[in-house]
Design a protein around this ligand. Structure first.
Ligand SMILES: Cc1cc2nc3c(=O)[nH]c(=O)nc-3n(C[C@H](O)[C@H](O)[C@H](O)COP(=O)(O)OP(=O)(O)OC[C@H]3O[C@@H](n4cnc5c(N)ncnc54)[C@H](O)[C@@H]3O)c2cc1C
Length: 366
């Protein structure tokens, strides 16, 4: 069987490496590296590299890797086209194109950096000092603001958010985040709705905020390819899948990671995260393998246990959550929190390296 996996992020890699290697597997991604996206704030802060060549991660597996941007999918003919005109056909497609920083607010695309521009952002911040505004009070915005404030003390960092920072954490979690933001000298602008980014900073409903550099971490969007291909998608463009992660409209397509709208049992729609994206990718591979052997595919199982956020290199919060992903008043803050977060980042990338040799070795909580 010809299986094509598009997108070599956490979900696509975990799927590709777990598929039975008796299949002809092709892994197509925009470039020929796997990027540890959960470390992009570290990359902006000067970490040397967060990417691993796909050739290294797939060596000896028989998986063919192709670097190229997918620009079209013909879901009826089961073919897809790359930007450079190359065409591929598939029996089964694993759609794993992830998400990207939503730049739909005016001026974001022209005047702001995002996590995806980590290298350019780091270069800009090393040029000197000034006023830096990070927009977004979710965990990504907080990780960026704290990491950059710690690594670039010559920059005066502001965190601008439409609500309050880390609103999804427990009271204790929020209090610890607030304490670290204050310690690092980050000034917080809560309840501030940003209307536009300009060359001079931000236009907000509460008046202008001046900044020499703006980093945008407002929200994430997903590629339009699935919708354009006629796959059934939700209102955000995420592919709708059944309990076995198969498209509800096109049974030869599986969708995984941020680009899929996956129902997590007793929790609802999956959180856009590496934490659930990798299990989704691995389970989709199990479903494809099972069906190819003539067996029934099992429904996806996953259990939320924690959320975690790094606060620079020496601090963090591990937040315990209920099965439905809501927080309880139990946190691991400070340096131990930073260590556990580091361990989790290491496990995510390390388990892909191990899966090259032991395809079914990846474990996740169920
Ligand atoms: C700074 C930051 C910190 C984060 N921290 C955490 C964290 O601590 N914990 C957590 O769980 N989550 C975290 N996240 C979220 C997490 O990174 C994402 O949810 C996760 O990467 C999603 O995995 P994915 O495989 O679905 O997509 P991605 O990792 O985004 O991978 C998508 C892949 O598809 C490729 N691609 C996209 N479009 C095309 C195309 N048209 N053609 C070919 N290839 C294409 C991309 O190049 C990429 O290789 C963080 C995100 C950021 C930005």
């Amino acid at each position: 069987m010809d299986i094509v996996v598009i997108g070599a992020g956490y979900a696509g890699m975990s799927a590709a490496l777990r598929l039975d290697r008796s299949h002809r597997i092709t892994l197509i991604s925009a470039d020929d590296n796997f990027t540890e996206r959960i470390r992009l704030h570290e990359r902006a802060a000067g970490r040397p590299s967060v990417s691993t060549p796909l050739a290294d991660l797939t060596r000896g597996t028989g998986i063919r890797t192709v670097a190229g941007r997918v620009t079209g999918i013909d879901a009826e003919a089961r073919t897809l086209t790359l930007e450079d005109g190359r065409e591929f056909s598939y029996d089964t497609l694993v759609y794993a194109l992830g998400s990207f920083t939503d730049a739909s607010v005016p001026g974001v695309a022209e005047h702001a950096y995002a996590a995806e521009n980590a290298v350019a952002l780091g270069e800009r911040l090393r040029e000197g000092g000034g006023r830096l505004a990070v927009v977004g009070g979710g965990l990504t915005g907080i990780e960026l603001a704290t990491e950059l404030a710690e690594s670039y003390p010559r920059w005066q960092v502001k965190l601008v958010t439409g609500a309050h920072p880390a609103a999804g954490l427990s009271g204790r979690g929020r209090a610890h985040v607030a304490k670290v933001l204050a310690r690092l000298g980050v000034s917080v602008h809560p309840d501030t709705r940003v209307e536009a980014v300009t060359p001079d900073g931000l236009t907000t409903a509460q008046g202008p905020i001046e900044a020499d550099v703006v980093v945008w971490a407002g929200s994430f969007a997903v590629p339009e390819l699935a919708a354009k291909a006629g796959l059934a998608v939700d209102e955000r463009g995420r592919t709708l899948v059944d309990a076995t992660l198969r498209s509800i409209s096109h049974p030869d397509v599986y969708a995984v990671g941020d680009a899929a709208a996956v129902n997590v049992p007793r929790a609802g729609l999956s959180r856009m995260s590496c934490a659930v994206g990798m299990p989704i990718g691995a389970h989709a591979a199990d479903a494809v393998n099972a069906r190819a052997r003539g067996r029934a595919a099992r429904p996806f199982r996953f259990r939320y246990l924690i959320q975690c956020v790094s606060l620079g290199r020496r601090d963090g919060v591990i937040q315990a959550v209920r099965r439905d992903d809501s927080p309880i008043e139990l946190i691991l803050p400070g340096r131990p929190g930073a260590w556990v977060k580091e361990l989790i980042c290491w496990y995510a990338a390390g388990s892909l390296r191990l899966a090259r040799l032991l395809p079914r070795s990846y474990w996740w909580p169920k």
